[in-house]
Design a protein around this ligand. Structure first.
Ligand SMILES: [Zn+2]
Ligand SMILES: [Zn+2]
Length: 241
């Protein structure tokens, strides 16, 4: 874990340098690159974000009209107990998420962290003992230098005054990227890919990710956590497809 701790420390240092540079050259919008003054996101992009207000209470899927659960959850309940995704995965939020994921863009991390934090007062009031970011495979972590789920979980844990436990959920093996795979292939790709620590026994935890698409990753995480004795698993993602 030492090299990861070191990387986290370095990313803090880089963030401070980026803040200093931002002060020298006032910002461009992280989504559309228009002049945005001291903001990371311009007013136009801000106004175009789509809150995920009408959603399935079980899997957070955006719905056309209010319902307790979507058709898919009614047919086959997911392995997590509840979900929360405050935003819809749509333009311009998708551009910011991609910048965080593949560009290590610190302004993008700031924007997304802030967008999630501002929705906290509206979150469903579930009891919670700890937050757990979806782990990245070790080789992908080394390649990218950071885990975007962890970058989003950290400010959330701080705002909620709840512990974040990175070690409670681990990848047992690298998996193929989920994008481009069918729902069935995504599930197969992730089977047995996660293992949870026995410290989760009796705990209510929220698994944190940037985007939830089919929910296959959250399902695989929830299965591992339940197997290790977690009493409740909530699936939290910033945005829902
Ligand atoms: Zn913009
Ligand atoms: Zn659902």
């Amino acid at each position: 874990m030492d090299d990861l701790t070191e990387k986290t420390r370095n990313s803090g240092k880089t963030a401070r340098i980026a803040d200093w540079l931002q002060g020298l050259w006032p910002g461009r919008c992280v989504a559309c690159a228009a002049a945005a003054g001291s903001d990371d996101l311009c007013a136009g992009c801000r106004a175009n974000l789509l809150p995920n207000r009408i959603r399935c209470l079980r899997c957070a899927l955006p719905l056309a009209e209010p319902a307790v659960a979507c058709g898919r959850c009614l047919r086959h309940a997911p392995s997590f107990d509840r979900a929360w995704s405050p935003w819809c995965y749509a333009s311009p939020l998708d551009l910011v998420v991609l910048k965080l994921k593949f560009g290590a863009d610190l302004a993008a991390a700031r924007v997304l962290g802030e967008l999630w934090r501002e929705q906290l007062p509206l979150r469903p009031q579930f009891e919670l003992d700890a937050l757990i970011p979806v782990p990245l495979a070790r080789d992908r972590l080394i390649e990218r230098g950071y885990n975007q789920a962890l970058e989003l979980a950290r400010p959330l844990a701080k705002s909620l005054a709840k512990p974040m436990h990175v070690g409670w959920l681990q990848r047992t093996r690298a998996t193929d990227p989920q994008s481009g795979l069918s729902a069935k292939a995504r599930k197969r790709n992730l089977a047995g890919a996660f293992v949870a620590d026995s410290a989760v026994r009796g705990k209510r935890v929220a698994v944190i990710d940037d985007v939830m698409t089919t929910g296959a990753t959250m399902q695989a995480c929830a299965k591992a956590l339940k197997r290790a004795g977690a009493v409740e698993v909530q699936a939290w993602s910033l945005a829902r497809v």
